[in-house]
Design a protein around this ligand. Structure first.
Ligand SMILES: C[S@@+](CC[C@H](N)C(=O)[O-])C[C@H]1O[C@@H](n2cnc3c(N)ncnc32)[C@H](O)[C@@H]1O
Length: 714
């Protein structure tokens, strides 16, 4: 335990701690003593950098809500507080302030922390911002305004400006709803500005509300609540849209309409990061510099299309950065994130997609040269003209990082095959792809499960037996054969179906057969049915039945939701069923239901070309898992089975039939086998690629990619 804490523990007057925290409106801290210690360190930093020794003087001098609120303390309390602050001033170091900048978020109530997304930028992200601002600011004639609208504890600003000459800085502003973080930020930024508090403007509040007010006032720029900034350094909250209240969501929607950004948003694809980006754009001056951490999903989801459109229309995108060693730029976050660096001017320069190795200091110097307009050629940089991204990578910019010959080859093939390969929307008049059935309690709704096995099966139904030896007969009418999870079907395209959904109509128990009622009662007594009971109440046992009857998720072609992209234990991608079948939500079901065309489609989704495309273009969830979502399937190229002539279709079906009879080894071992070669060759010929060297090249590059995936997932 640190001596400071010991000292604080000895404070007789616990009331002081409570009153100080209450007046600062810090009500839900996980550790009051530590929160109080942060207050002391902040005040000490602030007073030392301004050169003050009296809290009363500080209150008079500074126009900042948390400081003004100290007025509510009694004279005695102010003196006691001052004594502690003065003691702290004697020993305070730069490390102390940096430490509390990271610590403050960990003291927040976890629910509030999640709601605000208080996951502050890691040192490597801050280092990148610092490096870039450093070289940028020195090229400017006028002193600049720097801002972070989602300020947190001020790390993006305090660290970047710390070593800059004060004369280069006009103003520094930020907004933060959590008062303790705002206080820490105020102190850290003032400290970095060598006590020049007049240059600092921090508001405890909600930036969207403030901007809204700014807009409504129709004020002159001089009188705006917050001035437009030359540089914005930030990391916006990635709070999920669904957890915001309806009123707040409506407010945000109104806000972006008022700002005129709704033209970028299609089909109500709202999202807080997106709205944050619009807000940033609103506050950034023309020619201004934006450096922001953003979730990687901004660059591959449908909602992200609006963000990409905004960047393309109004910005020169200098670079997108990812880390080679870890996914995230924010502390305590596992989500993959990128840093975007862009200038607010419309020029058509190539953008650098850079994979940064945090240990390679030289790489940071290269970043500065890029913002200055240089175009270095390095193995960790891929230069991309974002206005001419080769098909089909525009839907997932993450695929553009690094040099990748497989990516280039896929582009070449897809471009040549345009027309026969087309997007889902162009090929099929309806969506005909749906997610499988969602189950609340798999150990009740699937048979067999952890507790029940099948001991006999006949035309009437299934005889099942529990771990305790109880036997029940479930009639066929309550059973629907189904695909359970992708890991079970890895070596044959037509899988053996060994699982059933328990599908019970919403009837009273008195109307259902005795054994089924026993099974329902067993579920009620065991935790297995709990999630369904909680979600659906009285007819909890019917939610699978209802989905099957409403969604009608029957099809022949099944695409797995997420799989291991190394295909180390997998010889197939898509499954096929001879009869219409349903599946769990771990699959997408193609509900086209045309025997020949479904077989041709399944072949496409098992071809080496598609597997290569999956490896390069899918969404990486972790080292072990990758996926395509429904929105990806709808946007990606697919073989246009509707324009193939009968001959071509039959060739594909013959090839499919041969392949579907074989027990398939992991994909990498299939690459030199006749059956795969024959299938891929048929497919490539039909899509217009006659050159046999292309297939050999595809195999060789796919093999390397699979080996690499295999090594990285070990
Ligand atoms: C990911 S953190 C980043 C903090 C800081 N910019 C950094 O990079 O370390 C997001 C911050 O946004 C703040 N925040 C959330 N909603 C906000 C809002 N409506 N207005 C202003 N700040 C907000 C959170 O409290 C949190 O501190």
């Amino acid at each position: 335990m640190s001596t400071k804490i010991k000292m604080l523990k000895e404070i007789k007057n616990k009331e002081l701690i409570n009153n100080v925290l209450n007046s600062l409106q810090i009500i839900d801290s996980r550790d009051k003593l530590e929160a109080f210690e942060i207050v002391i360190t902040s005040l000490a930093t602030l007073m030392k950098s301004i050169g003050l020794s009296s809290i009363s003087d500080l209150i008079k001098l500074i126009d900042f809500t948390p400081i003004s609120s100290l007025k509510n303390l009694s004279q005695r309390e102010i003196s006691e507080l001052e004594e502690l602050v003065m003691l702290k001033i004697k020993t305070i170091t730069h490390e102390d302030i940096l430490k509390i900048q990271y610590k403050v978020s960990t003291l927040m109530d976890p629910i509030q922390r999640k709601k605000l997304a208080a996951y502050y930028t890691k040192p490597i992200g801050i280092k990148i911002m610092k490096k870039l601002v450093d070289s940028y600011i020195k090229t400017q004639d006028q002193p600049l305004t720097l801002a972070d609208p989602f300020l947190g504890s001020g790390l993006t600003l305090s660290e970047t400006i710390k070593e800059l000459p004060i004369s280069l800085i006009d103003k520094v502003w930020g907004v933060e709803p959590y008062p303790l973080s705002a206080l820490v930020a105020y102190s850290a930024i003032t400290y970095s500005l060598k006590g020049k508090y007049e240059k600092v403007r921090i508001i405890v509040g909600d930036i969207f509300k403030i901007a809204y007010k700014n807009l409504q006032l129709f004020v002159e720029p001089m009188h705006e609540i917050l001035p437009k900034a030359d540089v914005i350094l930030t990391n916006p909250p990635f709070t999920r849209w669904e957890i915001l209240s309806k009123d707040y969501r409506d407010f945000l929607t109104k806000f972006i309409n008022l700002l005129g950004y709704s033209k970028f948003v299609e089909k109500r694809q709202q999202n807080l990061q997106l709205i944050s980006l619009f807000l940033i754009d609103y506050f950034l001056k023309k020619e201004g510099l934006l450096i922001s951490v953003l979730p990687a999903s901004t660059f591959y989801t449908l909602y992200g299309e609006a963000a990409k459109a905004l960047l393309k229309e109004k910005y020169q995108l200098h670079m997108l950065l990812e880390l080679s060693s870890e996914a995230s730029f924010s502390t305590d976050s596992g989500f993959k994130e990128l840093i975007v660096v862009a200038s607010k001017r419309n020029t058509n320069f190539d953008a650098a997609f850079i994979t940064i190795d945090a240990n390679e200091i030289d790489q940071l110097d290269i970043l500065s040269s890029i913002v200055k307009g240089e175009k270095p050629i390095k193995e960790y940089i891929n230069w991309v003209n974002v206005f001419q991204i080769p098909y089909p990578w525009n839907m997932n910019w993450l695929a553009l990082f690094g040099q990748n010959s497989l990516r280039e080859l896929i582009s070449e093939i897809f471009t040549k095959a345009k027309g026969i390969l087309d997007t889902w929307q162009n090929v099929f008049s309806e969506k005909i792809i749906i997610r499988g059935v969602e189950i609340y309690g798999p150990d009740f709704f699937f048979i067999p499960n952890k507790y029940w096995k099948i001991v006999n099966e006949d035309a009437k139904g299934l005889l099942i037996e529990s771990n305790n030896g109880l036997k029940l007969l479930i009639n066929r009418e309550f059973l629907v054969p189904t695909l359970r999870k992708p890991e079970l079907y890895v070596d044959t395209i037509i899988p053996k179906i060994e699982h059933y959904f328990i599908s019970i109509p919403p009837k009273d128990l008195s109307e259902l057969p005795h054994d089924l009622v026993e099974y329902i009662k067993w579920g009620q007594l065991h935790s297995t049915a709990k999630p369904a009971i909680k979600a659906f109440g009285r007819y909890w046992y019917s939610h699978v039945y209802k989905q099957i009857n409403v969604k009608k998720p029957f099809g022949h072609v099944f695409l797995p939701d997420k799989i291991d992209p190394s295909f180390a234990k997998r010889g197939i991608f898509a499954c096929y069923s001879e009869y219409p079948l349903v599946a769990s939500k771990d699959f997408y079901i193609v509900t086209f239901n045309d025997v020949l065309k479904d077989k041709a489609l399944t072949l496409w989704f098992n071809s080496s070309l598609f597997i290569a495309y999956f490896i390069v273009g899918s969404r990486k969830i972790s080292e072990r898992w990758s996926r395509f979502l429904e929105e990806d399937y709808l946007r990606m190229p697919v073989i246009n089975v509707n324009i193939l002539d009968k001959d071509a279709l039959i060739k594909l079906v013959r090839s499919f039939d041969r392949m579907s009879k074989i027990k398939l080894e992991p994909v990498i071992l299939q690459l030199n086998k006749d059956y795969r070669f024959e299938m891929d060759k048929t497919l490539l010929e039909i899509i217009g690629i006659e050159d046999s060297e292309i297939l050999q090249k595809l195999y060789s590059l796919l093999k390397s990619a699979l080996l690499q995936k295999n090594n990285s997932s070990k």
